[in-house]
Design a protein around this ligand. Sequence first.
Ligand code: ZN
Length: 149
Amino acid sequence: MSATDPRIAGWAGQILTAVDDSIAEGILPATVRSFTDLHDHCDANDFLIDAGVPYDGTEATIELTVAVQDAVTAALRAPGRPWCTHGTCRFPGHDHTTTQADDGTDLDTPAPMRCTDCGQPAHYDTRLGDYRHDNPAAPDCFLIHATRR
Ligand SMILES: [Zn+2]
């Protein structure tokens, strides 16, 4: 076994399918872009176990696990992978709306949240306790954290 084990791509593909299912079911947000992101929301090791990635504590299985995690992260970061936004998000821990207008007054009906700094679609992640741009590849703004709510 090595980091070029041909089974790695198969396991990573299986995990990607499981992640996509979890996103469709609202268990994970569509903003996950790495194995570390998965750990923010669930016990991501369950994905490895469910996919049948062998692990017995030996150097060889540790290397395999890391290689599968890297392959999953690479797939999650692939250009064109959709992210959630207002109207498409199924994740209950995301709030893609705001009741505050740009001038600071209250809106009668919640509107899609936009970053007050750069204007990109944004959301609040209740599990992370933080505001994020909907596009996970967009660099973080400072103002998005400081000015909403
Ligand atoms: Zn969302």
